[in-house]
Design a protein around this ligand. Structure first.
Ligand code: RTP
Ligand code: MG
Length: 153
């Protein structure tokens, strides 16, 4: 999907849920003008996390990562809008919070890479794969954001 209907998968990791940052993360994407099309809180089963992070299998941080993301509920979201994949990644900040700009989510809330609050898809292909992995089609809402004429030309 492209243009104004581009979609990305954003996930608040267990540290973000425990620290009460879910509302702020939702607010930032809403405030930017993006449209929420999917939202749920769940304790992710190991198999789902293995699939989600398959690109990192075998790396040194893989097991600690799975244990971290499986340590409590996460909030899975799908956001829609123009360039939402790349802009979403900018809103998250760099993977290592020490390199994240202040004003980004990680730059405002995190200190170490292994507790970096939030996940965002890094490409169109990844976004499609992750959305399909975490959501059934009927869990995604097709609705019109009536303020869109005030957000897009
Ligand atoms: P994410 O997938 O969570 O949006 O993060 P990312 O693309 O910015 O970073 P990625 O390379 O995909 O790494 C996934 C997550 O694994 C943890 N990590 N730990 N200790 C380490 O060296 C290390 N490297 C990565 C982080 O939680 C990172 O977000
Ligand atoms: Mg990644």
């Amino acid at each position: 999907m492209a243009g104004n209907s581009e979609r990305t998968f954003i996930m608040v990791k267990p540290d973000g849920v425990q620290r009460g940052i879910v509302g702020d993360i939702l607010r930032r994407f809403e405030q930017r003008g993006y449209k929420l099309v999917g939202l749920k809180l769940l304790q992710a089963p190991r198999a789902l996390l293995e699939s989600h992070y398959e690109e990192h299998k075998g790396k040194k941080f893989y097991e600690p990562l799975l244990s971290y993301i499986g340590s409590g509920p996460v909030v899975a979201m799908v956001w829609e809008g123009l360039n939402v994949i790349s802009v979403g990644r900018k809103m998250l900040g760099a993977t290592d919070p020490a390199k994240s700009e202040p004003g980004t989510i990680r730059g405002d809330y995190a200190i170490v890479t292994g507790r970096n609050i939030v996940h965002g898809s890094d490409s169109e292909k990844a976004a499609q794969r992750e959305i399909d992995l975490w959501f059934r089609a009927e869990e995604l809402a097709n609705w019109s954001l009536t303020v869109n004429p005030w957000i897009y030309e």
